[in-house]
Design a protein around this ligand. Structure first.
Ligand SMILES: [Zn+2]
Length: 207
């Protein structure tokens, strides 16, 4: 299971793409950003430290403008020596972001990378062919994340989480079970417990 940072409230939560248990925030909508700030990439202790910075920004923010805390955090990260990412706030709130960073005077913290870090696109996120995703979601509509089983070319059936990333499907799988999109033969909804054994869902075929 993944521990991830909630950009909205600064708590750590289960699952990079799941809603925060504390504030209900669904994530940033940028799947790579949400995954970078999870223990796939950053140690759990550093995620907690980063969460404290987010809380400190909220406490210091007097702008009343949406997005100022978020962008102040991103600006802090952009200036951080870890070089996790570089991004500039939108021009219309840039002055508020600068003011907040000055007021909050965030300490320079150390960001420890997780053991199983990746660079570039996450190693365990596999884009689903768009035709298959479309057929799947017509049969089994879901909003953010669904538990599925994937049948792959070598005959194996792999458990995965299917993420609806703004109309594109992305499979999140355990790193030990890596496969390519072209190896996907079929997909089905995963039922839990006994019902899953007795009445498995039908497969949605890729080809
Ligand atoms: Zn939250």
């Amino acid at each position: 299971m993944t521990i991830a940072l909630c950009f909205n409230c600064g708590e750590t939560k289960w699952g990079a793409l799941c809603p925060c248990e504390k504030c209900g925030c669904k994530g940033t909508g940028n799947i790579e950003l949400d995954i970078v700030f999870s223990d796939h990439h950053i140690s759990a202790r550093s995620l907690e430290d980063l969460g404290k910075l987010i809380k400190r920004l909220h406490a210091a923010d007097t702008s009343g403008q949406e997005g100022v805390c978020f962008w102040a955090f991103i600006a802090y990260i952009s200036q951080h020596p870890s070089e996790l990412l570089k991004a500039n706030p939108p021009a219309e709130i840039a002055a508020d972001v600068d003011r907040l960073l000055t007021q909050a005077s965030l300490p320079q913290i150390e960001i420890e990378m997780a053991e199983r870090r990746f660079s570039g696109p996450p190693a365990n996120a596999i884009p689903l062919p768009s035709r298959l995703f479309r057929i799947y979601i017509e049969s089994f509509p879901f909003e953010v994340i669904a538990r599925v089983e994937v049948r792959v070319r070598d005959g194996g059936v792999i458990r995965a989480d299917l993420v609806n990333n703004g109309g594109e499907g992305m499979l999140l799988v355990d790193e030990s079970r890596k496969f390519d999109a072209k190896d996907i033969l079929a997909l089905r909804r995963r039922k839990s417990g006994l019902l899953g054994w007795l009445f498995p869902e039908r497969w949605v075929l890729a080809g």
